[in-house]
Design a protein around this ligand. Structure first.
Ligand code: UT7
Length: 332
């Protein structure tokens, strides 16, 4: 038995600094035409010194709290989805709680790479089933630039930094206008494909010794073609499953927000779902792939810009290293 949940507030934050395709042309052997035609990305935001997963999450959380009309001290649980925590100990969630001035609540990080937001959203729903009075902050943030090798042209052009946040509570039927009902979440993983998208260096399986220089494995490593094919199959099939499970036709979906990794992946998924282009929200042109933050930034921005209107049925989908993937259905 699930407790119906709502998203009461949304917020996002991206760094000021822009890294354009022209900038990248000066750094690696690439060009705007290749990047645009292969990925759709025109520029991305890059964290300045001192801008971190915790600081971006903090700004996004403050905006989500304001959007929800809530105070930080009302929060009972803090979840941060990230693969680029500020540190391994303490968790980014503990540090975020401290930034928000909260002591004595539950705070924990969640690791699901680019699918992080949906995995954290599902964890929030589970917490609310156990504690219907819970008010859960779900932040999903990555400073991917901290794990990018800016001499590797096949990877560094793809990603950017950013954070997003959502406040999730039980649906008491008294929620103010503008909230989104979380109708359903579906998640999936395939660990057998773990080697196709990795950041291994510094983990217990690939530790560093004092004085050792960082190896390539410290940075994102990926078999782009294989990830591309799997991502298209996984996102389209989980979205179909979501619609079937909820007895919905694709035509009933008003807005589709897929993981913002590559415009060609989004086009291929859109085609498989027979989703008209005008229903698909994209912002990867401005931000690149912001990993865990990708879908929550897009959701927050789509709502802010009026792309999502009251009453709209919104379908989300993510895909990331692990592999991890998922889908969520929201009603605004
Ligand atoms: O969040 C989930 C994580 N990631 C993704 O979803 C990414 C999934 N994969 C992709 O988006 C695409 O595979 C990429 C954009 C990474 C690559 O596109 P592709 O069409 O699969 O290109 P490719 O890797 O097969 O490379 C084609 C050519 C190669 O040259 P040759 O061997 O054909 O001579 C590459 O060396 O393009 C070359 N290349 C570049 N050229 C200019 C690779 N990167 C670049 C570059 N600029 N930045």
């Amino acid at each position: 038995m699930t407790t119906p949940c709502i998203i009461r507030g949304l917020g996002h934050c991206v760094p000021e600094t822009r890294l354009t395709n022209a900038d990248l042309e000066r750094m690696v052997d690439t060009n705007d035409e290749w990047i645009t035609s292969r990925t759709g990305v025109k520029e991305r935001r890059i964290a300045a010194l001192g801008e971190t997963t915790v600081s971006l999450s903090h700004q996004a959380a403050l905006r989500a709290l304001e959007n929800a009309g809530m105070q930080a001290e009302e929060l009972t649980h803090i979840l941060v989805a990230t693969f680029t925590p500020d540190a391994y100990i303490p968790s980014s969630a503990c540090m975020l709680a401290d930034c928000l001035g909260i002591i004595g609540r539950t705070a924990m990080d969640i690791s699901a790479a680019c699918s992080g937001f949906l995995f954290a959203l599902e964890a929030a729903r589970a917490i609310i089933c156990l504690h219907p009075e819970a008010k859960v902050l779900v932040a999903a943030t990555d400073v991917v630039s901290s794990r990018l090798d800016y001499t590797d042209r096949s990877i560094c052009i793809l990603f950017g930094d950013g954070g997003g946040a959502a406040i999730v509570t039980a649906d008491t039927g008294l929620a103010p206008a503008g909230c989104a009902q979380v109708l359903d979440v579906l998640l999936a993983t395939d660990g057998s494909a773990h080697g196709l998208l990795t950041v291994k260096g510094g983990g217990s399986g690939a530790p560093y010794k004092p004085g050792e220089t960082v190896r390539r494995d410290f940075f994102v490593e990926m078999n782009g073609r294989e990830v591309f094919k799997y991502a298209v199959r996984a996102m389209s099939s989980i979205c179909k499953k979501m619609l079937e499970k909820n007895s919905l036709d694709k035509d009933q979906v008003d807005v589709f927000i897929p993981h913002q990794a590559n415009l060609r992946i989004i086009d291929a998924v859109g085609t498989r779902l027979e989703m008209p282009t005008e229903k698909i929200f994209t912002n990867l042109q401005k931000y690149g792939n912001t990993s865990a933050a990708s879908v929550i930034i897009a959701l927050s921005e789509a709502r802010e810009e009026g792309f999502i209107k009251d009453g709209n049925l919104v379908l989300l989908s993510t895909f990331g290293g692990g592999f991890t993937w998922g889908s969520a259905l929201l009603r605004f």
